[in-house]
Design a protein around this ligand. Structure first.
Ligand SMILES: Cc1cc2nc3c(=O)[nH]c(=O)nc-3n(C[C@H](O)[C@H](O)[C@H](O)COP(=O)(O)OP(=O)(O)OC[C@H]3O[C@@H](n4cnc5c(N)ncnc54)[C@H](O)[C@@H]3O)c2cc1C
Length: 414
């Protein structure tokens, strides 16, 4: 019987330990903190966007090409339908939003964790909470020794310790040090799906935290636009957050050595010319009103004033004073409102991190290290970061499943 030690009781480790034990392996799950699935508990604002529905290739398309290639066998082995079947086994019901994101119905992330943990317990995994692993070491071919402060273990080892964002959840990047010692390359770890701190906004006095813009496009620009995301944008104390900010943050962080400007298209469905036409028609109907009152009417709370301040002297013009040229200039601002440049993308506040154990050095059919037999990696410890939408949990579940399968049924070489 294979002896398998799974390090980390998050999404990847729970599935890996359940899968390996279901296949008959003797499995010990070592979790640093006093509970399992902590990051799942805070996912999707406590609601847990469990996965993303759709054809496997469509789900894979959300990832960068090298990640997609790496994940393909895992997603076919254990895709979103398999995850849903598993979590629904205990009566949890789920629904799919029109954008493909799947959530529990009338339930929370707690129900998802309870469902996963019940599978792990039923498959007789030995669970050790409050057991931070201090290090791992290769002992003999195909066997790794794992040390906690109290005990040591030996067997096949699955490293499922996650990344390093939200470190209070227990995920503090421990796996990268172990992987490095085993000779693995660690792709530099960077922020992804994170809020962004912004400087140089037209008037910071009008920058009001907590205000949201619905359905706009946020673009990141260095000369040319290199990333954009459509959705809601939230103004926070130091900058921007919400789906749009998270959506561009990975690309922004990668280019932050040079200045990155952010701009918002407030009317993504309209051309500049049709925005200009509607400003002209407003001006005809409101000859005695100032432009600033138009922006205050149209934008939530203080954002009208913030946007108006970006219009310079035009904001004080009356409707009757607006020439066609001015209307086009105002429309240009509506379509590309410069809100400032990015000062910092805080890695620790991201929903995931990009970077980690290089995919080149892990077998994508088995999750086993190319460098050390009997050592497996799964979940966010790997150099994988999908967009918002249930993709990251799915990547953790799928790679966890494959790691559990292969550690329980090692290939002949190990
Ligand atoms: C606020 C937030 C919201 C999110 N929302 C979503 C969402 O709705 N949908 C989605 O798909 N993704 C979401 N994500 C991302 C998703 O939660 C992660 O990608 C996923 O949980 C990664 O799973 P993992 O098992 O690889 O790592 P983790 O979930 O981080 O689990 C790693 C586990 O390893 C343990 N560990 C670490 N070091 C050691 C050690 N030395 N010894 C023993 N144990 C150790 C940790 O305590 C932890 O329990 C969100 C993330 C955050 C932070």
């Amino acid at each position: 019987m294979s002896r398998v030690i799974v390090i980390g009781g998050g999404a990847a480790g729970l599935i890996a330990s359940w899968r390996a034990a279901s296949l008959g392996a003797e499995v010990t799950l070592l979790e640093k903190t006093s509970r399992l699935g902590t990051k799942i508990l805070i996912s999707g604002g406590g609601k847990c966007n469990i996965t993303h529905a759709g054809e496997t290739e469509e789900v894979l398309a959300a990832f960068r090409p090298n990640e997609r290639k790496f994940l393909r066998p895992s997603f076919y082995a254990f895709g979103s339908q398999d995850v849903l079947k598993l979590v629904q086994h205990n009566g949890l019901k789920v629904y799919t939003r029109p954008d493909g994101r799947v959530f529990p119905v009338d339930g929370t992330a707690r129900d998802v964790v309870d469902s996963l943990v019940s599978h792990v317990r039923r498959s007789r995994v030995r669970i050790r909470l409050d057991s931070p692993v201090l290090g791992i070491e290769k002992t003999e071919p195909g066997k790794i020794s794992v040390k906690t402060a109290q005990e040591s273990f030996q067997g096949k080892v699955i490293v499922a310790v996650g990344g390093s964002s939200y470190p209070k959840t227990g995920s503090t990047g421990d796996g990268w040090e172990w992987a490095k010692r085993a000779g693995h390359t660690i792709v530099p770890v960077r922020a992804a799906l994170a809020p962004m701190d912004v400087t140089g906004a037209s008037t910071n006095a009008d920058w009001r935290p907590g205000v949201a813009l619905r359905d706009v496009t946020l673009s990141a620009r260095q000369g040319k636009v290199f990333a954009c995301w459509r959705g809601d944008l939230l103004f926070s104390h130091h900058g921007v957050s919400g789906p749009c900010a998270l959506g561009v943050s990975r690309d922004v962080d990668e280019r932050l050595g040079d200045k990155v400007g952010l701009e918002v298209d407030l009317e993504p469905d309209l051309t500049q010319s049709s925005v200009a036409q509607s400003i002209m028609s407003w001006a005809r109907k409101n000859p005695r009103k100032h432009v600033i009152s138009l922006t205050i009417e149209r934008l939530p709370n203080s954002l009208g004033a913030l946007f108006a301040s970006s219009l310079g002297q035009d904001r004080h013009r009356l409707g009757q004073e607006l020439s066609e040229k001015t209307c086009f200039r105002l429309a240009e601002r509506v379509k590309s409102w410069q809100i400032g440049s990015v000062a910092h993308v805080p890695l620790e506040k991201g929903e995931v991190v990009a970077g980690g154990v290089s995919l080149e050095e892990v077998d994508y059919q088995t999750m086993e290290s190319h460098l050390t037999d009997g050592l497996y990696f799964c979940g966010e410890v790997l150099d994988i970061a999908g967009p918002v939408g249930g993709y990251n949990l799915q990547a953790a579940f799928s790679t966890g499943f494959v790691a559990g399968t292969s550690a329980a049924n090692p290939s002949p070489k190990s």
